[in-house]
Design a binder for this molecule. Sequence first.
Ligand SMILES: NC(=O)c1ccc[n+]([C@@H]2O[C@H](COP(=O)([O-])OP(=O)(O)OC[C@H]3O[C@@H](n4cnc5c(N)ncnc54)[C@H](O)[C@@H]3O)[C@@H](O)[C@H]2O)c1
Length: 269
Amino acid sequence: MEIFSLEGKVAIVTGATGLLGRQHCHALAAAGAKVVVADLNLGECRHLAEELPGEDHLPLALDVAVPHSVRTGRNAVLKKYECLDVLVNNAAVDDKFESPALAAEQSKFENYPLKNWLRSLEVNLTGVFLASQIFGSAMVEQGRGGSIINVASTYGMVGPDQSLYLKPDGEQVFFKSPSYPTTKGAVLNFTRYLAAYWGKAGIRVNALSPGGVENGQEAWFVENYSRRTSLGRMAQPTDYRGALLFLASDASAYMTGANLVVDGGWTAV
Ligand SMILES: NC(=O)c1ccc[n+]([C@@H]2O[C@H](COP(=O)([O-])OP(=O)(O)OC[C@H]3O[C@@H](n4cnc5c(N)ncnc54)[C@H](O)[C@@H]3O)[C@@H](O)[C@H]2O)c1
């Protein structure tokens, strides 16, 4: 099992205190890594860093969309550990509207707000670019290789199935936005770009494409999603731990530029 070990490695997770980010942190820490728990709210990062297995993890306030914040974050990581081996580009935004009525209207492509489109590009795409450039360059300079994992989505590969948001009584409560799938598709090709660019430097760059995670959604939605999925269910938050660890560790040493799809068979149909 040594090929899965991250003993002596330092890993950073962006968007670390979210639903999946905390699972990524747990997986990396359980494999022996020192984990940089990076998200917008420092208090939440501290709390999670204390909860992880192992010692000496680093909570870090970091906004991936702000170059100065990412540079300051890189300096803090290098000051504490003097190295960085794994970067998980996990931070992203998805649309939130103030009320269900607004969601039904504004999520329609015809009405979709430009500000939502721009914010999505800024965090989901530019954020991945910035973190990769700033943390990845440090990996290149230290010359001991590294692994970058870009969290994409099924919706980076296929268009959204809008019937998921159709209630049993025929009411369409929401449309999945145009911006989220666009950014996730771009993340997949950015992954290929960077894998090709940094391959000779020993930096592997892969994408992880999760499917939808069950997280307190209404029963009709869970049923719609499960029916559409080959394995007949939504993901549990813990379902990505193994795939994340595989990509982070030497278990995937000959893999770069790839997209590891973990979606219960959603895109197989
Ligand atoms: N949950 C799902 O069903 C699902 C499915 C497919 C893909 N994904 C992807 O997995 C990743 C994690 O999703 P999640 O469900 O945990 O989302 P989440 O909303 O629970 O967590 C996202 C985290 O990113 C942080 N964040 C937002 N903007 C940021 C910024 N500018 N800088 C730094 N951090 C920022 C938030 O504070 C939050 O903690 C995302 O890339 C998402 O697109 C999620």
